[in-house]
Design a protein around this ligand. Structure first.
Ligand SMILES: Cc1cc2nc3c(=O)[nH]c(=O)nc-3n(C[C@H](O)[C@H](O)[C@H](O)COP(=O)(O)OP(=O)(O)OC[C@H]3O[C@@H](n4cnc5c(N)ncnc54)[C@H](O)[C@@H]3O)c2cc1C
Length: 534
């Protein structure tokens, strides 16, 4: 009997789990993994696919957040900076270092209402919103040194005249600073946490909504509803509300608690364009409105540009990149790029909602990105509500959550996740190329692009995924580009995938490569195959 089957029995016999986690985004899956690894009995429900909400719609950076230094969020920045390298070591397949080029021009103005702007306006009023170069260099010095950097390269100055980094930019930009942060495949991070949690004994339910939770004698009765309408009840000592944008909805409507804590929903959109330049570095562009955007080399042939900040009033409205947001991003980038970009360059857009703690900040840009964890016992049984956070701090957030839980449940164990690799990630940070060569040697029918994609998605697990295949024919049906039946079956069997959308937009980004007809054919195949075999 598998872990999953054992847990179904638990539900049916009304055994009590220690923690029931609502929400399969990065925070829910990160907490579930940490808790089950400490010996707690854990169950999680996600109403759609894992990472189907905010955790697949981020800018995909493990970063300290250079711009948060403007808001003096030093604790958040420091924690995130330290965390970057801890995470990089644990998942060198889905995360890697990136260099960011920050072009500098003495006439760039910032009308932002940040604490830094206010101080500069008092002490250097003649700057009229401009940032002196030394101040940016000082910020980068802090960024380099706040967080115990060992793997990542430090900041350097860079000439933009006659260099590859300067080539795509307008000629007025002659100088830049260059610093490090890391890339992370956000939705794969979520699924690998869920896989690891399941392997350690947690029960992970996808497409299962928590429709109500009521306490009786200090124990929660959690009602779960599957997409076919069937319901079952699980008993739990404590609830974790990691509902992301729905965190307040869970508080008010699912648990019906009296807590007054609230969430501020801030939408952020990205556009993906054809590849805009040839080198592999990102740009950090600063706008006159006090905001910043990134342009990031994406999926080999594309460029990712984001993000925006707009209040998003209604959680039931699926976030989309509006035409205004698309124009804003195109215009913002065009102010820096030699060649203006337009709607015709855009191949895909996506949008997500930041579930920030409502701290009463004046603007969406200024609202704190730090996480806030609140234990609420007002319903008679404990619930921990999770607000805000960043992908980068998910592991620390989980540790802090477990610390809070220690005050409520006995025997919550010790922190253990730092330095423990995620599935497929047990190889050195700089070992990706060697691993790709090993994969190509063992499976010579893979071309270079295919081998690289498999290593960046699955790391060491790519070997298990391909198994005994001796030729392409052994991998079964082809669904377009280099997606085969063998990989699809792996995703269904090991990574909770059920639909073509799960596979082409969250387990991978093959949606950028496959045609609509190919995606429809994959969906049809999944419907038949999962009925018969999975
Ligand atoms: C535009 C944008 C860019 C960002 N960029 C970065 C970045 O580059 N780096 C970084 O570190 N962070 C970034 N972030 C922040 C980061 O993405 C979020 O902090 C993080 O993804 C939030 O995760 P979560 O698990 O709290 O929420 P979600 O990922 O939204 O997960 C919550 C889940 O709960 C489920 N759920 C809700 N109610 C129920 C219910 N009743 N029953 C069952 N399931 C339920 C939902 O379906 C959802 O999947 C960005 C955020 C945005 C919006």
């Amino acid at each position: 009997m598998t872990e999953g089957e054992a847990s179904v029995e638990q539900g049916e016999t009304h055994d009590i789990v220690d923690l029931f986690v609502i929400g399969g985004g990065i925070n829910g899956c990160g907490i579930a993994r940490d808790a089950v690894g400490r010996g707690l009995r854990v169950e999680l429900a996600e109403m759609n696919d894992l990472a189907s909400a905010t955790s697949s719609a981020s800018t995909k950076l493990f970063h300290g957040g250079l711009r948060y230094l403007e808001y003096w969020e030093v604790r958040l920045v420091r924690e995130a900076l330290i965390e970057r390298e801890t995470l990089l070591r644990a998942m060198p397949h889905i995360s890697w270092p990136m260099r960011f080029v920050l072009p500098y021009h003495s006439d760039m103005r910032f009308d932002g209402d940040t604490p830094t702007s206010k101080v500069l306006n008092i002490f250097m009023p003649w700057m009229k919103g401009r940032r002196p170069a030394w101040l940016i260099r000082f910020g980068l010095f802090l960024y380099d040194n706040l967080g115990g950097r060992k793997i990542l390269k430090g900041t350097t100055s860079l000439s933009l005249s006659g260099t590859p980094e300067g080539a795509p930019l307008e000629d007025r930009f002659e100088k830049a600073f260059e610093y490090s942060d890391c890339w992370i495949e956000d939705s794969r991070l979520v699924v690998l946490n869920a896989r690891d949690a399941q392997a350690r004994g947690a029960k992970i339910n996808v497409r299962t909504k928590v429709v109500s939770a009521e306490q009786s004698d200090g124990i929660w009765n959690v009602t779960l509803e599957q997409q076919d309408g069937s319901q079952r009840v699980v008993q739990a000592r404590m609830l974790i509300n990691a509902g992301g944008p729905w965190v307040e909805n869970v508080i008010r409507n699912t648990v019906r608690s009296n807590s007054t804590d609230g969430v501020r929903l801030v939408r952020g959109s990205h556009i993906v364009t054809r590849k805009l330049y040839d080198h592999d570095k990102c740009y950090f562009f600063q706008g006159e409105d006090g905001r910043i955007i990134f342009t990031i080399p994406y999926e080999t042939d594309f460029t990712l540009i984001g993000t925006t900040d707009a209040d998003h009033e209604d959680v039931s409205q699926k976030p989309v990149c509006t035409p205004e947001e698309q124009t804003y991003l195109l215009n913002f980038a065009s102010k820096y790029l030699k060649e203006d970009i337009s709607d015709d360059d855009v191949v895909w857009t996506y949008s997500g909602v930041r579930p920030l703690y409502n701290d009463g900040a004046s603007s969406a840009t200024a609202a704190t990105r730090d996480y806030v964890l609140k234990v609420d016992k007002s319903s008679g049984a404990p619930i921990l509500n999770v607000f805000g956070g960043k992908i980068t701090t998910y592991r620390k957030l989980a540790e802090s959550a477990l610390e809070k839980i220690a005050g409520v449940l006995p025997d919550t164990g010790k922190p253990w996740t730092a330095g423990v690799p995620l599935p497929g990630g047990d190889f050195p940070v700089d070992g990706g190329d060697a691993l790709k060569q090993r994969l190509s040697a063992q499976f010579p029918f893979l071309d270079d692009v295919w081998a690289a994609r498999l290593i960046k998605a699955y790391g060491l697990d790519a070997f298990d995924l391909l198994g005994d295949a001796a030729s392409i024919a052994d991998l079964g049906q082809s669904f377009g580009f280099n997606l085969t039946e063998r990989e699809v079956r792996w995703l269904v069997d090991h990574e909770f995938a059920q639909t073509a959308e799960d596979i082409v937009w969250r387990r991978s980004k093959l949606g950028l490569r496959l045609t609509t007809e190919e995606i429809d054919a994959l969906d049809a195949w999944l419907t038949t195959a999962t009925q018969h075999t999975v």
